[in-house]
Ligand binder design. Structure first.
Ligand SMILES: NC(=O)c1ccc[n+]([C@@H]2O[C@H](COP(=O)([O-])OP(=O)(O)OC[C@H]3O[C@@H](n4cnc5c(N)ncnc54)[C@H](O)[C@@H]3O)[C@@H](O)[C@H]2O)c1
Ligand SMILES: CC(C)[C@H](C(=O)O)[C@@H](O)C(=O)O
Ligand SMILES: [Mg+2]
Length: 359
């Protein structure tokens, strides 16, 4: 039966990078992958068309789809609209609506990019970390929130950090299972020395570690983890952390791989349904200039084939094709180094498609 991919290009560079990922998926459609695309707006594009960042039109398509492929949302033209209508709220709403609580962000350094990282090549060579970020709880979603006025006329901003143990438990199991399939090391990142929410996080991780005796569990405070990621990133195998810490640490980890333009992600729910998107944003500073690196989005499409469609061999082929184009010396501006060939977003897509067709 034909399966459906909801394709949400979003804003800024979103449409440019999504176009390349769709071309890559088309290669597999030609080889028999039985999928159809349904395009829908999210974020600013949806606000422009429907007056809401996650309108009913998009909700209906995404709820029925077997998987969702997203570019990125947001842009300066939306920064001053009512908060509830901002593009980023559309992204949070779709994550909550589809219950996508498990965000997997693999930071893998392709050997060809060892010099593209701002860190010394020997610090990052061979890097392969998986960040497991909880995505539907924490300070992102808990009430109360808002900016209020106090009796004395001054204003106060409020957000609330909250986790129920069931939310911690389910992301913990995902992380332990991922570690079990990898190098069996799990580092849980918290701020249990200060925040009770994350003290509970740590307790739950210890409790469920009993189910995974072969996985070595360690704990690290988030400030130290931020430092260790640049000092000695290869000490990590899988890291598991809450929504806000995971947001920050995954952007940090992306630079270990050369560029944020290289970091894909999968956001999964309990049934395995997923939304796949690069970890970066809509990059308004380079939008519309054919300069964006499409590889994080193309690698996110590979994660979709692996997790949503059980097509491991196709996913491997995409990852191999990305390595081939890097070996050929092709680089978008964010990963460019002397002696390589500078290409735009479309030409990078062309090269990945050509590598797949040659394989
Ligand atoms: N998942 C998402 O949709 C998502 C994620 C992060 C930020 N945002 C939104 O994106 C907008 C811009 O945010 P920001 O500037 O803080 O973060 P950003 O990730 O969009 O950009 C940060 C820097 O990285 C560069 N960059 C990002 N992706 C790139 C790519 N594929 N190729 C080359 N360079 C790339 C940008 O040019 C910029 O210099 C904001 O509205 C923000 O809310 C959306
Ligand atoms: C745009 C924003 C809502 C989002 C987040 O904070 O989760 C982004 O930074 C991400 O990492 O996907
Ligand atoms: Mg982020």
């Amino acid at each position: 039966m034909t399966q459906t991919i909801a394709v949400l290009p979003g804003d800024g560079i979103g449409p440019e990078i999504i176009a390349q990922a769709v071309r890559v998926l088309d290669v597999f459609k030609q080889r028999g992958l039985d999928v159809d695309y349904q395009f829908a707006p999210l974020g600013g594009a949806a606000y422009d068309e429907y007056g809401a960042p996650y309108p009913e039109f998009t909700q209906n398509i995404c709820r029925k789809a077997d998987a969702v492929l997203l570019g990125a949302v947001g842009g300066p033209q939306y920064d001053n609209i009512e908060r509830a209508l901002r593009p980023e709220r559309g992204l949070l709403a779709i994550r909550k609506d589809l219950n996508l609580f498990a965000n997997l962000r693999p930071a893998i350094l392709y050997p060809e990019l060892a010099n593209a990282s701002t860190l010394k090549p020997e610090v990052v060579a061979g890097l392969n970390i998986l960040i497991v970020r909880e995505l539907t709880g924490d300070i992102y979603f808990a009430e109360p929130r808002g900016i209020g006025q106090l009796a004395d006329g001054t204003r106060e901003g409020v957000n609330t950090m909250r986790y129920h143990e069931s939310e911690i438990r389910r992301i913990g199991h995902i992380a332990f299972q991922a570690a079990q399939k990898r190098n069996k090391k799990l580092c849980s990142v918290d701020k249990a020395n200060v925040l009770e929410t994350t003290e509970l996080w740590k307790q739950i991780m210890i409790e469920i570690s009993a189910d995974y005796p072969e996985v070595e569990l360690s704990h690290m405070y988030v400030d130290n983890a931020a430092m260790q990621l640049v000092k000695a990133p290869k000490q990590f195998d899988v890291m598991v952390t809450g929504n806000i810490f995971g947001d920050i640490l995954s952007d940090e980890a992306s630079m270990l791989t050369g560029s944020i333009g290289m970091l894909p992600s999968a956001s999964l729910n309990e049934t395995g349904k997923g939304m796949y998107e690069p970890s970066h944003g809509s990059a308004p500073d380079i939008a519309g200039q054919d300069k964006a690196n499409p590889l994080a989005t193309i690698l996110s499409a590979a994660m979709m084939l692996r997790y949503s469609f059980n097509q491991d061999a196709f996913a491997d082929e995409i990852e191999q094709a990305v390595q081939t184009v890097l070996k050929q010396g092709l680089r978008t501006a964010d990963i460019y180094e002397e002696g390589c060939t500078l290409v735009g977003c479309t030409a990078m897509g062309d090269a990945v498609v050509a590598a797949l067709q040659a394989a």
